[in-house]
Design a protein around this ligand. Structure first.
Ligand SMILES: Cc1cc2nc3c(=O)[nH]c(=O)nc-3n(C[C@H](O)[C@H](O)[C@H](O)COP(=O)(O)OP(=O)(O)OC[C@H]3O[C@@H](n4cnc5c(N)ncnc54)[C@H](O)[C@@H]3O)c2cc1C
Length: 453
């Protein structure tokens, strides 16, 4: 089922204009009695779900910073936000950038309206950091390709309708060539998704087995054997999205989820939102020009806990709280600096990689400091709501779950979207100009590269 693309180009002279337009649109369209699916149809088809996409391609052609304002405004109004997930974060912008107009119509409409959920079939047991070393094979069969191989770390693959798939279409070309990027239907007998339970208690990840799975030749995004270029477009959107706090891959399984399998589309949309936040009458200029009032930071939350149990008098704890606060502020200033330079058409070299590394340091510090502050209570973590209630009652500390949850999840950000070591490699080679890593000549055919095992 296809949606109707937004065809009018909307003049967005200032972000204030578009916020005013959005408020009017929300007043006319938001109705908590709609189903989630009906609401997302309106939001997506009118260009508010993925406003960074071009006008006429389900978006409004706005900067990422304006898109963040738009999603905050939707939340402040008390309406349900865009469908989310890897479809909106990665597949939609990639297909919009690299796909044909037919592919945009075929896939993007279903993403922005939440009709279909997507996952990312990139990483393999032998190809994570070295993604271009992937060995999942695609062999041509008439108008189709037959896919065989194994993927791993597939976030939310268990509720995905479609996937961004990287497969090797020509092993006799060098490893970065000979890869193609497919949009593959996950609902077929040749694809088996097996959930992997994590230390957080969730089973967000999966391993995915492709055995004679089929995909049409017209589902290649970009050119045949040029999938590495398209994959880099996806990875660019992934880093930018993570930097803007859009890392839904880590978001667990709660809230309204898109797609045919998550079971949310037919539910009442009003049940997924809380009451609108009280809003004083502000002009659009006030909304867009003033810095947003920030929520209490994690450093503030941990300082509150330390105050509560007397650890705030420990000079080492105080020093580390100050360090956490400082890292957060440096990250914020860097984001502002980068935004200001982008507005002038300039860039801070490697800023995305630096931001990603900094985020890893912050979550590690949060993990260690939080556990130090709560002490032995940090060994208590619940995996079920009723167990959580029992822990809250026994400890009298409703924030404990936040501390242990962060501690268990802190291992993920230094890995996903490119590990810390890979970020450092990129900064050293591409920003500092240090010599490149040693390895076989770049033009060696993939089939002749040494393999493990
Ligand atoms: C929360 C989360 C969600 C994810 N979601 C998805 C998803 O939906 N789809 C998907 O396809 N993938 C996903 N991934 C996979 C992710 O992209 C990979 O885990 C990541 O690229 C690292 O690959 P790997 O796990 O194979 O580790 P490896 O590449 O095997 O690395 C192992 C260690 O060696 C180091 N290392 C490797 N190469 C070098 C080098 N050249 N120089 C220095 N050190 C090096 C690494 O830094 C790491 O410490 C997800 C991962 C996480 C944690």
């Amino acid at each position: 089922m296809q949606g109707t693309p937004v065809t009018d180009t909307i003049e967005t002279t200032t972000s204030g204009d578009i916020i005013t337009e959005l408020r009017d649109w929300l007043s006319d369209n938001w109705d908590p009695e709609l189903t989630v699916g009906q609401w997302w149809e309106r939001l997506g088809n009118d260009g508010w779900a993925a406003p960074t996409l071009p006008a006429g391609r389900y978006g409004r052609g706005v900067e990422r910073a304006v898109a963040v304002q738009i999603s905050k405004e939707v939340a402040a109004f008390g309406a349900l936000g865009a469908p989310g997930g890897l479809g909106l974060l990665l597949a939609a912008p990639t297909i919009s950038d690299c796909g044909t107009p037919e592919q945009v119509d075929e896939y993007v409409g279903d993403i922005v309206t939440g009709r279909k959920a997507w996952c990312q079939l990139f990483s393999e047991p032998g190809a994570g950091s070295d993604l271009a070393g992937l060995s999942t094979r695609a062999v041509r069969d008439g108008d189709e390709w037959i896919i065989n191989g194994q993927k791993v770390w597939t976030s939310l693959g268990q509720i995905a309708d479609m996937a961004m798939l990287l497969a090797r279409t020509d092993p006799d070309q060098p490893k970065h060539s000979g890869i193609s990027y497919f949009a593959i239907d996950m609902h077929q007998p040749g694809i088996e998704v097996r959930p992997l339970r994590e230390m957080t208690g969730h089973a967000m990840f999966n391993e995915t087995f492709l055995t004679d799975a089929r995909v049409g030749n017209d589902a290649i995004i970009g050119d045949l054997n040029k999938g590495w270029t398209v994959a880099n477009v996806t990875l660019g959107h992934e880093r930018a999205g993570l930097g803007a706090g859009g890392g839904d891959a880590g978001g667990g399984l709660s809230g309204a989820r898109p797609g045919t399998l998550a079971g949310c589309l037919d539910k009442r949309v009003g049940d997924f939102v809380s009451a609108p936040k009280a809003r004083t009458a502000t002009t659009s200029a006030e909304t867009t020009d003033k810095p947003a009032k920030r929520r209490g930071s994690n450093a503030e939350m941990l300082a509150g806990l330390a105050r509560g149990n007397g650890k705030i008098d420990d000079p080492v704890i105080r020093q580390r709280l100050a360090q956490l606060h400082t890292l957060g502020e440096i990250g914020r200033y860097n984001a502002e600096r980068s935004k200001a330079l982008r507005a002038q058409g300039k860039n801070v070299p490697g800023i995305g990689n630096i931001a990603k590394l900094s985020m890893s340091n912050i979550v590690r510090l949060q993990r260690d400091l939080g556990l130090e502050i709560v002490g032995a209570q940090g060994m208590l973590h619940a995996y079920e709501p009723e167990d959580q209630e029992a822990i809250n009652e026994a400890t009298g500390n409703p924030f404990l779950a936040g501390v242990t949850g962060i501690a268990l999840y802190a291992q993920a950000p230094p890995i996903y979207g490119g590990t810390d070591q890979i970020q450092r490699n990129i900064i050293s080679e591409r920003v500092l100009g240090l010599p490149r890593e040693q390895g076989p000549a770049k033009d060696t055919p993939f089939s002749q590269l040494p393999k493990n095992g």
